[in-house]
Design a protein around this ligand. Structure first.
Ligand SMILES: NC(=O)c1ccc[n+]([C@@H]2O[C@H](COP(=O)([O-])OP(=O)(O)OC[C@H]3O[C@@H](n4cnc5c(N)ncnc54)[C@H](O)[C@@H]3O)[C@@H](O)[C@H]2O)c1
Length: 270
């Protein structure tokens, strides 16, 4: 169903790799709601993924950018405003990667070059994206910027490894940048803390299958899917949430406020 929530709005969507990606589902929903956008991803991911299919489906252009490169980001923002014909109203940062996780290095055995790279990609890139937009004055007033995060920023999930620290940093950047962006340009900045979701990034986390089933049993409404996340994100891009900013918004079927569920008690009862 479409509510025309984003009619006339323009934006950039980072992170659509394949049809499981949260960014992919969000791009489809934004398109349904009447928004137009440029799709972007790291040049290497574009070769591996299927972003062309999404571009065709949504009538969008693709501008490659490594989100750690200030030069790529400046080029992306300039091209996007040119292609879309004006300043932007929404930006989705849906990017995450840990080299330590990929290489099977435990939290107690980090290789710090890997840690620094993962932090740059997963956390500092959010600041870089916003600083680029800010300096280029590329956002319209009452625009909305959203990044994806995970609850390991607040509570320990051992297998989430150094991504927990990256997400804590990312959420802090949303608050800090959100202050300046709000005060000076009336742009809002929020993070969505999403349930475990079966995507390429999600499934890279050790023990993902067990964990997603556990989260399902612990959440009164069940896990939020990538599709649910897309629905939530379009509300944050719409004019219906203008005064929501500097927030970390849990989108997890109630998991984050559940101490224990009946299902988990029964599982452990003799
Ligand atoms: N899947 C989950 O369980 C889950 C839960 C909570 C939050 N998240 C977050 O959601 C976001 C999207 O992940 P997803 O689950 O859709 O997985 P995904 O693997 O589909 O998306 C991750 C994206 O990051 C991109 N990326 C990696 N390095 C990049 C770089 N240098 N420059 C630009 N892009 C780069 C990848 O190409 C990919 O498109 C991430 O921030 C992730 O941490 C995921």
């Amino acid at each position: 169903m479409s509510y025309n929530l984003l009619k006339g709005k323009r934006g950039i969507i980072f992170g659509a790799l394949d049809e499981n990606s949260i960014a992919w589902k969000t791009a489809e929903r934004v398109h349904e709601e009447g928004g137009t956008f440029v799709l972007t991803n790291a040049p290497i991911a574009m070769r591996m993924g299927q972003i062309d299919v999404l571009a065709k489906k949504t009538g969008s252009e693709i501008v490659p950018a490594d989100a750690t490169s200030e030069e790529d980001l400046a080029n992306l923002v300039a091209k996007a405003t040119e292609i879309l014909g004006g300043k932007l109203d929404f930006v989705l940062h849906s990017i995450g990667m840990s080299v330590n996780v990929r290489k099977g290095r435990k939290y107690t055995d980090e290789k710090y070059d890997f840690t620094a790279k993962g932090w740059d990609v997963s956390a500092l890139s959010f600041h870089k994206v916003m600083q680029t937009l800010y300096k280029a004055d590329a956002m319209n007033e009452w625009g909305s910027i959203v990044a994806l995060t995970y609850m390991a920023a607040q509570r320990t999930f051992p297998d989430y490894n150094d991504m927990a620290d990256n997400k804590a940093y990312l959420e802090s950047v949303a608050r800090s940048f959100g202050y300046f962006y709000g005060k000076e340009k009336k742009v809002r900045v929020n993070t969505i803390s999403q349930s475990p979701t079966p995507t390429t990034a999600g499934q890279g986390v050790k023990g993902f299958d067990g964990f997603i089933s556990y989260a399902e049993k612990m959440s009164p409404l069940g896990n939020a899917t990538a599709q649910d996340c897309a629905d939530y994100t379009i509300t944050l891009f719409s004019d219906l949430t203008k005064k929501v900013t500097m927030q970390n918004l849990f989108h997890d079927g109630g998991f984050s406020n559940t101490g224990v569920s009946q299902e988990v008690i029964e599982y452990f009862s003799k």
